[in-house]
Design a protein around this ligand. Structure first.
Ligand code: IDP
Ligand code: MG
Length: 140
């Protein structure tokens, strides 16, 4: 249902550091239901497309390189008020500013390599989920 889903990625830094299990445990503890999930890798082209909204930002090329350098876990999560609840669970973009106990405070390295993605609106959650998953891969 719109409004109750968000999209996330466990980013290459967190996968490389062996934190997939820890991060999924935090997501489960916070009461999110996983309705779609895959272990995959973004090509440079796909990473560029996913982050096209940041094309004019100075860190765009760095972001595309980073997000395509290794595998990620992509997932669609369900919970009442999922987008906002998940942004609260992951904490600020820069882990130096992330509240204690948030996923980024626990596992992010820096403002670029920050462990997880979380959609910023219901509209983008739908777009981002559809970017990674076919309807047949989503289990409500
Ligand atoms: P968000 O992931 O918290 O929504 P956005 O501002 O949407 O943050 O930025 C998207 C992603 O771009 C961030 O998660 C991070 O990986 C990267 N990023 C943001 N700001 C910087 C920066 O100043 N330097 C390098 N990478 C950045
Ligand atoms: Mg964002």
């Amino acid at each position: 249902m719109a409004g109750n889903r968000t999209f996330t990625m466990i980013k290459p830094d967190a996968v490389e550091s062996g934190h997939i299990g820890n991060i999924l445990a935090e997501i489960n503890k916070a009461g999110f239901k996983i309705v779609a999930m895959k272990f995959t890798r973004l090509s440079k082209e796909k990473a560029g497309e996913f982050y096209a909204i940041h094309k004019e930002r100075p860190f765009y090329n760095e972001l595309v390189e980073f997000m395509s350098r290794g595998p990620i876990v992509a997932a669609i999560l369900e919970k009442v008020n999922a987008v906002e609840e998940f942004r609260t669970l992951i904490g600020s973009t820069n882990p130096a500013n992330a509240a204690p106990g948030t996923i980024r405070a626990l596992y992010a390295k820096n403002v670029g390599e920050n462990a997880v993605h979380g959609s910023d609106s219901d509209e983008n959650a739908i777009i981002e989920g559809a970017f990674h998953f076919a309807g047949t891969e989503i289990f409500a």
